[in-house]
Design a protein around this ligand. Structure first.
Ligand code: SF4
Length: 334
């Protein structure tokens, strides 16, 4: 649905500049941004996807992945179409790499309808495609969701400007942000963006005290060197060693089919490096090894949360989030 957008500037000659994400697209009349969903119509910027929903599902929160936020809860998850990045390995390219006119299955909903559908569950997640580009709708849904006592989650590439981020963050409880590599060349060649704006988003989300977890998909030869992984985890450690980091296993996908699945030993090595550097919570995704998916107390090693696939069992935590064995407070929001 077409609605006047937020975060744009009028320029001379009926052009507009979108200020939502770091691309800052300058659009002539009739042009659409890199994301395919924001369009200059008559010298004004419109979002073409307000309320336009491509997918609805109910997921365990662990699937986002968020392991330290409301473990075991069920989250009503929605997406639209489009994305401001162009990842060659996108898992959801059928919805992320198309605009609203190219996807015949969009259904229109109001924020009230979305929140009503989410009420039987614990929260709402904006996920599957990039929520940044759905800003106006997400803002209205999340404001309403908070009033109704639902938690709210962003699963994002972090490619958003500071002003809109500070606007939406007031209504978002938890973020999983993809750091897709720790080198700008990867971002330019494989993703079609830059690394620095993503790191800035991570820093802002952390500084504002929102729950934050990071995902790093390890792709053979592209972002898997020990040096790069060490630099990444060192950067996270400097920010906060309590931030959970998920290293995920790559499988050939979309336009990146000339790389093999990530050898599991590379993921194990990334885990070791992160622990050596001093991160307290490190997980491996897509290897299906429960010992790398469960949460242990960083102080005494006690098993806190046991995860086998998407079965989650809180075994070693008190109700106020302390380790049952050593009594120390751990970074888990129950
Ligand atoms: S949100 Fe879309 S239109 Fe706006 S700057 Fe980013 S890519 Fe361009």
């Amino acid at each position: 649905m077409k609605v006047l957008a937020k975060h744009w500037t009028k320029l001379e000659g009926n052009k507009v500049r979108c200020e939502l994400c770091p691309f800052r697209c300058v659009l002539k009349e009739g042009q659409t941004g890199v994301c395919r969903v924001r369009k200059n119509i008559g010298g004004k910027l419109y979002t073409m996807i307000y309320g336009s929903v491509s997918s609805i599902a109910v997921d365990p929160i662990e699937k986002k992945p968020l392991f330290h936020f409301k473990p075991g809860s069920q989250v009503f998850s929605i997406s639209t179409v489009g994305c401001n990045l162009r990842c060659k390995h996108c898992q959801n390219w059928e919805i992320s790499q198309v605009g609203p006119d190219e996807f015949p299955y969009l259904r229109e909903y109001t924020p009230e309808e979305i929140v009503a559908m989410a009420l039987p569950y614990d929260g709402i997640a904006f996920t599957y495609n990039e929520p940044t580009i759905w800003h106006e709708f997400n803002l209205d849904v999340s404001k309403l969701a908070k009033k109704e006592g639902l938690y709210t989650v962003y699963v994002t590439n972090g490619y958003i400007n500071e002003e809109p981020l500070r606007e939406i963050i007031r209504y978002i409880d938890a973020f999983n942000i993809d750091v897709k590599a720790f080198n700008d060349e990867f971002y330019r060649k494989i993703v079609g963006g830059h690394l620095d704006p993503v790191l800035k988003t991570v820093e802002i989300v952390h500084s504002l005290g929102r729950h934050l977890e990071l995902t790093y998909l390890i792709i053979p030869t592209l972002n898997d060197s020990e040096e790069e992984i060490r630099k990444f985890v060192q950067w996270v450690h400097n920010l906060d060693p309590d931030i959970p980091v998920h290293f995920s296993r790559f499988f050939p996908m979309y336009k990146l089919t000339d790389k093999p699945p990530t050898p599991v030993k590379i993921l194990h090595r990334a885990y070791e490096i992160a622990k050596e550097v001093g991160l307290n919570y490190v997980y491996l995704g897509n290897t299906w090894e429960p010992e790398y998916e469960s949460t242990y107390c960083p102080y005494c090693g006690n098993l806190l949360i046991k995860r086998v696939y998407y079965n989650t069992e809180i075994v070693g935590l008190t109700k106020d989030g302390r380790c049952k064995k050593c009594g120390k407070k751990v970074n888990i929001r129950l």
